[in-house]
Ligand binder design. Structure first.
Ligand SMILES: Cc1cc2nc3c(=O)[nH]c(=O)nc-3n(C[C@H](O)[C@H](O)[C@H](O)COP(=O)(O)OP(=O)(O)OC[C@H]3O[C@@H](n4cnc5c(N)ncnc54)[C@H](O)[C@@H]3O)c2cc1C
Length: 389
């Protein structure tokens, strides 16, 4: 049998693409190596942009609504910046991803869980996909198989080694501890090179994690995590031994090719993660939708060619990623200076919240920070140097 589309991986990127394509009446077969619901290490904070693009209600799986964050520097000098309006929805990925997968199934996609894609062969008129359970043919293949995507590596030659390394733990916490942090995120700068630590409430659980760029963190991730957890008052006395390591393939190269004739990749497989905050769920969903659109437009052509997906993604997503990369290099290369700026001008963060709400751009947020640094350069630099030495 020849399917229209095979999807490898059913995280937010793959489930969204499968849902959209099945709704359009295409014959879709989707695999995931895991059986759902499955755990995925993740802070699980959805920006409000997700609400704008998902075509169905997901309120039933929201564990906590964040109205702002308490920022700290090495777990000291707290700056609570709480907004009138939400900035994010915290979800457990096992429930959120299961919902998206069920939506794809309801829309008519054939779902095969617990079956891993192990090989891809590109032929003139179809793609042959080998899995742990058999061999399948489709006109087109979507790689949505995450940070270590076999499709991205073997078909498109993307490099998974340039990444952020992360450790996350999800643990139950008592009501008293949860109520101290409910409705807000805790974000700590300075606890790891080129990254940050977090504590996010998720219903009866806390997500505790730390992430930093791999070539700066080197092999020290566990020590940075232990240091962060040890300093953090909100975590005192908790048993945080159940930890998971993972990688985050942040965007760094606008010249990357993420599609060719009959194959394209979405989400983490395509390195579509914001290099400032590490937000990836929205971009996985958005790229799944863009992929579905281009596929449904082209599937009936005599000679199918998906390479225009490269340009569509570049146009829609890369300008924001490029501005986020500039921000990341300012904030994470000079975390003390950044923290001084934030202490002096906490209202700056409202602008960042508007970015996560999809109401402003990273470019304008970056321009605002630079203009504030320029108006008080000597004061800030002197204060920074005093703190630095
Ligand atoms: C510690 C951590 C914290 C994060 N926090 C946030 C956050 O708070 N907010 C946010 O927006 N983003 C966050 N991210 C990023 C976010 O998790 C990812 O960007 C997002 O999950 C990408 O979705 P995806 O569908 O592309 O891939 P994934 O969610 O990784 O899904 C890929 C799927 O493919 C399956 N798969 C893999 N290989 C195969 C194979 N060979 N065959 C079949 N199936 C396969 C996997 O089982 C998985 O289900 C975080 C990431 C990490 C690591």
């Amino acid at each position: 049998m020849l399917y229209d589309v095979i999807v490898s991986g059913l995280g937010p990127g793959g489930a969204t693409a499968a849902y959209e394509l099945a709704l359009k009446g295409l014959n879709v077969l989707a695999f995931d190596k895991e059986k759902f619901p499955r755990y995925k290490p993740c802070g699980g904070c959805l920006s409000l942009k997700v609400e704008k693009v998902l075509p169905f209600d997901f309120k039933s799986v929201i564990e906590d609504i964040a109205y702002g964050a308490v920022f700290t520097f090495k777990s000291k000098r707290p700056i609570p910046i709480i907004s009138q309006r939400p900035i994010g929805y915290n979800v457990n990925r096992n429930r959120f991803d299961n919902l998206l997968k069920e939506k794809a199934k309801e829309a008519g996609a054939y779902i095969r869980e617990g079956e891993r894609v192990i090989g891809i062969e590109e032929c003139d008129d179809y793609v042959n996909v080998k899995t742990s359970g058999g061999s399948y043919k489709a006109k087109l293949l979507i790689g949505a198989d995450g940070a270590n995507s076999i499709v991205a590596r073997e078909v498109l030659g993307l490099n998974p080694k340039i990444c952020v390394v992360a450790i996350e733990s999800e643990l139950p916490a008592h009501e008293e501890r949860l109520s101290a942090i409910k409705g807000r995120l805790l974000i700590d700068f300075g606890c790891i090179p080129h990254g940050y630590g977090w504590v996010f409430p998720k219903g009866k659980n806390l997500s505790v994690g730390i992430a930093g760029i791999s070539d700066k963190v080197k092999s020290g991730i566990k020590e940075y995590f232990n240091g962060f957890v040890g300093r953090e008052k909100n975590l005192a006395g908790l048993d945080i031994s159940n930890v998971y390591g993972w990688t985050i393939p942040y965007f760094y190269d606008a010249r990357q090719r993420i599609a060719k004739s009959r194959v394209l990749v979405v989400g983490d497989a395509a390195r579509l993660v914001d290099p400032f905050l590490g937000e990836g769920i929205y971009y996985a969903i958005k790229s799944g939708q863009i992929a579905a659109k281009i596929i449904s437009d082209r599937i009936s052509h005599d000679k199918i060619d998906l390479s225009q997906y490269n340009e569509m993604i570049a146009m829609e997503l890369y300008p924001e990623f490029e501005a986020a990369a500039k921000l990341g290099s300012l904030v994470y290369n000079y975390p003390r200076l950044w923290y001084r700026v934030l202490e002096a001008e906490p209202s700056l963060m409202e602008k960042c919240y508007n970015v996560t709400r999809g109401e402003e751009s990273y470019e304008s947020f970056y321009a605002d920070i630079i203009s504030r640094i320029k108006t008080k350069p000597w004061r800030l630099i002197i204060r920074w140097l005093k703190g630095h030495f």
